[in-house]
Design a protein around this ligand. Sequence first.
Ligand code: NI
Length: 184
Amino acid sequence: MILPIVAYGDSVLRKKGATIQKNHDGLEMLINSMFETMYESHGVGLAAPQIAKPLNLFIIDTTPFEDEKYPNLKKVFINAEILEEFGDKWDFEEGCLSIPHIRENVKRHPNIIIRYMDENFDVHEEEYDGMAARVIQHEYDHVKGILFVDHLSELKKRLLKNKLINISKGGVSVDYRMKFPSNR
Ligand code: NI
């Protein structure tokens, strides 16, 4: 089922995702719906708060990046915890399905070590780098209530303020379903 993506300004995007238990009701369906929703909106990652579920759950599929090291990296991250981030920070222009038409450079460490559970609740501890690490860091931020614009300088934030207010008021058009805070 394709779900509407929550827009900037909705308080659910600021909630810390709750830990998910193995018997979580409807989890498999929720994950399937998240993949459907992500593909429909041409995203490479989607976190549960973005579909109004404040849970520690996100998905990625970085296939469009054609990363030789991680081809077809399609994964579910449940109760993830980034254990380490290292390497010299690098800039890359990020966007977010919840913040349409805004793209800004964000500095992040290139390497991460992450512990998470997959959809079968098997625990993994893995290292990622480059674009794969960046997508994971972006989605991981979401389940902590953090958005990529939070990483920008105070000046950049001031310059973006009106655009962000406009998004929260539904003043943007996108080719996927969104839910704006003002029309609840
Ligand atoms: Ni995002």
